[in-house]
Design a protein around this ligand. Structure first.
Ligand SMILES: [Zn+2]
Length: 490
């Protein structure tokens, strides 16, 4: 861990040197999916960004405990305290038990994470598996005087809390500004303050998912699960808490308040947030109708998509924008990234056959340092990718005998390219796994074998015709000393 890593902390709005609470160990918590529907691409971006962060921390030699929860209860429509439970609503719609909904979409979520080649987290706790811990935490918050119960529902007292602690510091907003943006309480409301939020919600007769508690039958509010599960597995104060930027203002702000009110400590040292997705410059959303699902992106089965894109080229595409910047999807950008990814993978293959010389014309140590510098600067993957393409340029120049490389430098170049491309960016070497690509691979093998037979019979007219005909279809055959190879140029 000689590397000095800097992380942009949302809490202080500055890049800070990363110093874990316990040397050599990192506690990382990321808010996971609410499994009542297919995971959307914006969430995938968040999880892929934190996979990069997790992989880099592991690469640096830290022992990381990575907790990413599954929200399978308590998340109400519009992220508020009233309205329908997302699971109950979907269960009615699909005529299933709420837990069947949970199972169906948890499996679907895991499939997508596998397609994108994410490492599984160390622990993936569920809200329903931690109802007891949530109840205990709420009891403690009440006894510390920061929550109150009305008709079986427990509310967090934001005004009382904010007299002692800063509330809204994640978004740098003062209580008055927050109050201004909230509607006045009506006679219908039970809660005392406009910003108060539910820790426990009393069940109605029709509520499907409910548990017994000191306040009667009910279910936990959405925010309390993350406070309860993060402190259970990572301690009352831990290193990194991440999530999408949309969680800053309410979910994460309330997590801080709950943990502080329960444990008298601020729960997190570094807060990290990923930015949003746009499609052709417009924010991706259901209402804008431009929100395609990962599956649709892989098959191309959506009006906005010209074709399907391999999960690895999509992952590579996401790596070309820093996690704190907006990521814009367009067919042009995806196709450019698909070609770039193919070039990168091709160069890594070429790297295996490079011959060493007595001297190097490029400084490989500098290249390696540039890769680390990029990642140490708040996980700047796009700068890292630019350095990796410098590596591609060197590989191709050495291969074309325009440059030379020593045996030691060749080893270092291989190590650098492999660790950063596969280990840290989390890419796999297959440029495509579609069945048609596999069929093309097989067909080309058959054709090259036929051409070999023709050449052995010295029918050079036929073998040249075969080569020229393939050329017309943009398939180039090259005869090398190790036998023929084929490629489809960009
Ligand atoms: Zn959360």
């Amino acid at each position: 861990m000689e590397q000095e890593l800097y992380i942009f902390n949302t809490l202080t709005r500055t890049k800070e040197k990363f110093e874990p609470i316990h040397p050599g160990r990192v506690g990382l918590y990321v808010c996971g999916p609410t499994v009542y529907s297919d995971v959307h691409l914006g969430n995938c971006r968040t999880f892929i960004s934190f996979d990069l962060i997790y992989r880099y921390l592991l690469h640096l030699g830290y022992k990381v405990r990575y907790v990413r929860n599954i929200t399978d209860a308590g998340h109400l429509e519009g992220d508020r305290d009233e309205g329908d439970d997302k699971f109950a609503k979907k269960a009615k719609l699909e005529q299933l038990e709420p837990m069947e909904i949970v199972q169906k979409y948890t499996l679907g979520f895991h499939d997508v994470m596998r397609e994108f080649n994410l490492l599984p987290p160390s622990i993936e706790p569920t809200a329903t598996g931690h109802i007891g811990e949530q109840i205990e935490m709420i009891k403690e918050i009440i006894s510390n005087g920061y929550a109150y119960e009305i008709n079986g529902t427990v509310y967090f007292d934001v005004e009382k809390y904010s007299k002692e602690f800063p509330y809204g510091q994640l978004t740098n907003r003062k209580l008055e500004d927050l109050l201004e943006g909230t509607r006045e309480l009506s006679g219908q409301d039970e809660k005392r303050g406009r910003l108060d939020f539910a820790l426990w919600i009393a069940a109605k007769p029709e509520t499907l998912m409910k548990w017994n508690s000191p306040w009667g039958w009910g279910f936990p509010g959405w925010h309390i699960e993350c406070s309860a599960m993060s402190s259970k597995y990572l301690g009352e104060t831990f290193d990194i808490h991440g999530g999408g930027m949309d969680l800053q203002a309410t979910h994460h702000t309330n997590e801080i308040a709950q943990s502080q009110a329960c444990n008298h400590k601020s729960p997190v040292k570094y807060w990290m947030h990923t930015n949003m997705l746009t499609v052709n410059g417009v924010r991706m959303s259901k209402t804008a109708g431009n929100g395609f699902l990962p599956g649709e992106l892989f098959t191309g089965n959506h009006p906005l998509l010209e074709k399907g894109y391999n999960p690895m080229s999509v992952r590579f595409f996401m790596m070309q924008t820093h996690y704190r910047s907006t990521l814009d999807f367009s067919n042009e950008a995806l196709q450019a990234s698909e070609k770039g990814y193919a070039r990168l993978v091709a160069a890594i293959k070429t790297l295996e056959n490079l011959k060493a010389s007595a001297s190097s014309t490029s400084n490989i140590k500098e290249l390696e340092k540039a890769c680390y510098d990029a990642m140490n600067d708040d996980f700047n993957a796009p700068i890292l990718v630019a350095s990796l393409f410098e590596g591609v340029r060197i590989i191709n120049s050495v291969n074309d005998s325009k440059e030379t490389i020593t045996a030691d430098d060749l080893l270092l170049l291989k190590k650098t390219m492999h660790s950063f491309v596969f280990g840290i960016l989390g890419l796999k070497s297959e440029t495509s796994n579609s069945s048609s690509d596999k069929a093309l691979q097989g067909a080309m093998e058959v054709i090259l074998n036929i051409r070999k037979d023709i050449k052995e019979k010295k029918d050079f007219v036929a073998s040249d015709k075969l080569r020229d005909d393939l050329n017309k279809h943009n398939i180039i055959i090259k005869d090398t000393k190790d036998g023929p190879v084929w490629e489809i140029p960009e």
